[in-house]
Design a protein around this ligand. Sequence first.
Ligand code: APR
Ligand code: PHB
Length: 391
Amino acid sequence: MRTQVAIIGAGPAGLTLSHLLARHGIDSVVLEHRDRDYVERRVRAGVLEQGTADLLRASGVGARMDREGLVHHGIELRFSHQRHRIPLSDLTGGRTVMIYGQQEVVKDLIQTRLAAGGQILFGAEALALDGLTSAAPVVRYQQNGERRELRCDVVAGCDGFHGVSRAAIPAGVLTVYDHEYPFAWLGILAAVPPSTGELIYAHSERGFALHSLRSPEISRLYLQCRPDEELANWPDARIWDELRRRFATDDGWTLADGPILEKGITPMRGFVAEPMRYGRLLLAGDAAHIVPPTGAKGLNLAVGDARVLAEALIAWYRSGSADLLDAYSATCLRRVWRAQHFAWWMTTMLHIQERESDIERRLRLAQLDYVASSTAAATTLAENYVGLTSI
Ligand code: APR
Ligand code: PHB
């Protein structure tokens, strides 16, 4: 089989790329290891930057998002038992975020691609990439127990952190930055109306907690835990009890609980591999970088990479100019490092460390107090949260 762009991975990065390319008549085949049901059900992030929502809308996959997604104009910071609203829209000239689950974005993209005759091969695991420095790369993959080849002009490695693409780059080519944060998030999806209209990022002496949502009936909540924490130690009642303590305020705010539909533990890591290109292989999304989830940037970076890559490939096919492709890695990395810093800043400001000094604790509270009381500091948070337009 042959195509123009072989895309490995049907996550937000791979699917957005395939969709944008198709709109410009460029052919791609997406190889996805898992089955369709699995990728459509996997519960992940849920905050779309204004620019991400705009891109989906402008490219014709925003209709259900606009019907079912929730537009938010602010978030709450909660610490020292007090509530502080960060008015995102007021601070950013009217920009907003959209609350819409990543798996809903994935569903919409899959449906749109298949309806347009696009090829997504589910249950197709890429095993090896060959000829990456030639003009005719080959992806070797396996589907239904059979080994096959996909020949192409370029390979887009959109196969997430554990995929084969980054691993196919010879040793010594990449510079890797990797930081494992000394905590994780225990996340739940619960069948209970959210106790808040806007997301709450809470810092308490017991650690961080986040109240997010998916719909008027479904809440998504997280609490900071140890990286080696076991789910078995967290029966539902303990989770709700711990969340209640971390969200407690002086004004008697209450957290409603309900049946927990899903639970999981996510380790927190900051990772960047650069450059995001090796010959005819271009990495996008989690394959090249991971951010801790505190800044809600992972999905937005994946879609952002896909947009930059699509533009570069469209220009290359149309005019033969490789200028944008040559700039791809640097263009993306500038935004990736901004997001990496923002995620690190939010994470250190909101989490507690196991052995921290009194001065570290007080510095963190001083930082939170500054963000909650200074328009300049709050604007820094707000413009990064809704997505910078200049980077
Ligand atoms: N062959 C084919 N597909 C593969 C292979 C392989 N060898 N290895 C991994 N995949 C698939 C995975 O099954 C997954 O569906 O690649 C896909 C990668 O998708 P994501 O992990 O969603 O990565 P990405 O598209 O970069 O989106 C990043 O996901 O982890 C979150 O916070 C992150 O929101 C961000 C987003
Ligand atoms: C989520 O809704 O899953 C979510 C929201 C905000 C974050 C991370 C995750 O920072």
